[in-house]
Design a protein around this ligand. Structure first.
Ligand code: PRP
Length: 209
């Protein structure tokens, strides 16, 4: 079963409070989302494997450690996921970025992929899917499913806030995927909005409401 990592670091909690606040405008919302994403990226990369390398300091020869193995890809779910990309690239500047866009078919309510562009070597990468909000989990489950269909095996999901319902749904649908989230909210309301939540992350990032 995938692990759920809830980040309770004081800096994350502090920034999240301002992110939630209705008085926070688009400029500050973007900055906070970026800063929180950087802190989540720090935690989500904790298990990256290292390898030894021989170097010489000005004093002597020594063995240091560098990151080994597979490369990383960041995959924002359009469109709100875009607000987390810069924060991840701050810590993993060489990561490649894939994009996936989904909408819900108004009749079947099934998620439909309307855009997907992944790095050419995607199957050789460990992917981190980013989306500020995990509500019912429908978007994340579908996005991860579409990515797995392309042969990717090692996937993590990073969100700013999540509903217990969404976490449960994702861990059930994709038990191999670890989830990193700054906070788990109380519940979803009747419109599938997180409570207390932060409203619609896409609208707040891009000023569309
Ligand atoms: C929001 C959010 C997630 C999704 C979460 O996107 O960014 O992608 O809803 O809901 P779910 O867990 O119930 O699927 P939205 O559909 O508002 O699109 P946007 O990113 O374009 O604003």
């Amino acid at each position: 079963m995938g692990k759920v990592h809830v980040m309770d670091h004081p800096l994350i909690q502090h920034k999240l409070t301002y992110l939630r606040d209705i008085k926070t405008g688009a400029k500050e919302f973007r900055e906070l989302a970026k800063e929180m994403s950087t802190l989540i990226a720090y935690e989500a990369t904790r298990d990256i494997p290292l390898e030894d390398i021989e170097i010489e300091t000005p004093i002597c020869k020594t063995t240091g450690k560098i990151i080994a193995g597979r490369k990383v890809g960041i995959v924002p779910i359009l469109r709100a996921g875009l607000g987390m990309v810069d924060g991840f690239l701050t810590l993993i500047p060489a990561a490649k970025v894939g994009h996936i866009g989904l909408y819900r078919d108004p009749e079947t309510l099934e998620p439909v992929e309307y855009y997907c562009k992944m790095p050419a070597d995607v199957t050789e990468r460990d992917l981190i899917v980013v989306d500020p909000m995990l509500a019912t989990g429908g978007s994340a489950i579908a996005a991860i499913g579409f990515i797995k269909d392309r042969g990717v095996q090692n996937i993590k999901l990073c969100c700013l806030i999540a509903a217990p319902e969404g976490i449960e749904a994702v861990t059930k649908a994709h038990p191999d995927v670890d989830i990193y989230v700054a906070a788990v909210d109380e519940k979803l309301n009747d419109h599938a909005y997180l409570v207390p939540g932060l409203g619609d992350a896409g609208d707040r990032l891009f000023g569309t409401k």
